[in-house]
Ligand binder design. Structure first.
Ligand code: HEC
Length: 120
């Protein structure tokens, strides 16, 4: 009986340690690609609406081939910072740092290239 309890707690210990060990390098690094922190931010905060690489099936949310409402990076920064009232575009002012928002504004504007439009 003691032995059984001991081995059960060993299994539990192993499971806990497995959870505590940080996961291996992100897939991008494993593939030898350079990690892009802005892309990571995009994937975790924006992709669920704006789609992978800015291509969303919902026209209003697609960055590629978009009828952009903002025309400059500064305006895009404002939208990301303050959101668009009355839409699901929420403010990221309290979630992201200023530099991160600026980087994201550049990043999403750069997704809308003629090549990307052709592929769409
Ligand atoms: C919950 C869904 C959702 C999320 C998450 C989201 N957006 Fe948006 N976003 C929208 C919608 C909807 C619009 C269009 C608003 C409108 O009609 O003006 C928009 C508009 C924008 C625009 C303005 C585009 C233009 O036409 O000029 C930018 C820039 C933008 N989003 C960037 C981001 C970034 C960067 C993130 C992540 C930090 C993000 N969004 C996260 C839904 C979302």
């Amino acid at each position: 009986m003691v032995k059984l309890v001991l081995s059960a707690s060993l299994v539990l210990f192993a499971a806990i340690t497995a959870l505590a060990v940080p996961s291996p390098a992100p897939a991008a690094m494993a593939q030898g690609k350079k990690a892009d922190p802005t892309k990571d931010l995009y994937v975790s905060n924006c992709q669920m609406c704006h789609g992978p690489d800015g291509v969303s099936p919902i026209k209003d949310m697609s960055f590629v081939g978009r009828q952009w409402k903002t025309t400059t990076t500064a305006e895009a920064v404002k939208v990301i910072t303050n959101g668009v009232p009355g839409t699901v575009m929420l403010p990221f002012e309290n979630k992201l740092k200023k530099e991160q928002i600026t980087a994201l504004a550049r990043y999403v504007r750069a997704l809308d290239t003629p090549q990307a439009r052709k592929k769409k």
